[in-house]
Design a protein around this ligand. Structure first.
Ligand SMILES: Nc1ncnc2c1ncn2[C@@H]1O[C@H](COP(=O)(O)OP(=O)(O)OP(=O)(O)O)[C@@H](O)[C@H]1O
Ligand SMILES: [Mg+2]
Length: 225
């Protein structure tokens, strides 16, 4: 499903080079739940962004669902992201002037231009249900929701174009530990329903939700367990 072969990410800052990823080799099978852990600055977000086609490696090959992404231009990368990947972020990244339901509908606007609004609405409601948000909250604005509820909306939004892969960078980082566990339980449920999931976290407590933990330090994979 996801293959990284000899992947390097090198940032140039003036005369300095930052080796954010050093020769990463990683294979993630369809239906796996992977946790990426490691200290701050170790390259976790860089790795997730490359898996998510938000960024390209400096060297090495990346395959997403058998498609080699190295040769794709920006439009090609955008299409892969839109069709295959759902993103979840630490700060939820909801649009404040849109309701929960409208936030979830938004990604469909770009993918299903010709689909009837009612069909889109129904699909968005279904995804809010999958994310276990109380139906009564669908017309609330983000500011009227708790952090955990906002993250459920963000997860519903990630599901709406029916991606095979969900990527989450510190999805529980802005939540208390009890709410964070609930969000991980939700991701686990979605994994059991067939999604391939990769979660970056600092929290050792959350490692148990994964099938495998990839531990990265100074841009290198140190351990997989
Ligand atoms: N756009 C960039 N330009 C230059 N250096 C960068 C850039 N993005 C990241 N880096 C550097 O690459 C390294 C890895 O960063 P990354 O954000 O992947 O770490 P991280 O493991 O996600 O850290 P954190 O846990 O704090 O989120 C860091 O040294 C960082 O400073
Ligand atoms: Mg990070």
């Amino acid at each position: 499903m996801i293959i990284l072969r000899n992947v390097w990410k090198i940032y140039k800052l003036g005369n300095n080079k930052v080796y954010a990823l050093k020769n990463i080799n990683l294979k993630i099978d369809e239906g796996e739940f992977i946790i990426i852990m490691g200290p701050s600055g170790s390259g976790k977000s860089t790795l997730l962004n490359i898996i998510g086609c938000l960024d390209k490696p400096t060297k090495g090959e990346v395959y997403i669902d058998k498609i080699k992404i190295n040769n794709l231009d920006d439009d090609g990368l955008t299409k892969i992201r839109r069709d295959k990947i759902g993103f979840v972020f630490q700060q939820f990244n909801l649009i404040p002037v849109l309701t929960a339901l409208e936030n979830v509908e938004l990604p469909m606007v770009f993918k299903y231009r010709n689909v009837d609004d009612k069909v889109k609405r129904k699909r968005a409601l279904k995804c809010l249900k999958m994310a276990e948000l109380d139906e009564k909250l669908a017309n609330h604005y983000p500011s009227q929701l708790s952090g955990g509820q906002q993250q459920r909306v963000a997860i519903a939004r990630a599901l709406v174009n029916n991606p095979k892969i969900i990527l989450a960078d510190e999805p529980t980082g802005a939540l208390d530990s009890k709410t964070g566990k609930k969000i991980m339980e939700l991701l686990k449920k979605l994994n059991k329903e067939g999604k391939t999931i990769v979660v970056v976290t600092h929290d050792q407590e959350l490692a148990k939700f994964g099938d495998r933990v990839v531990y990265i330090k100074d841009g290198e994979i140190k351990d997989v367990y």
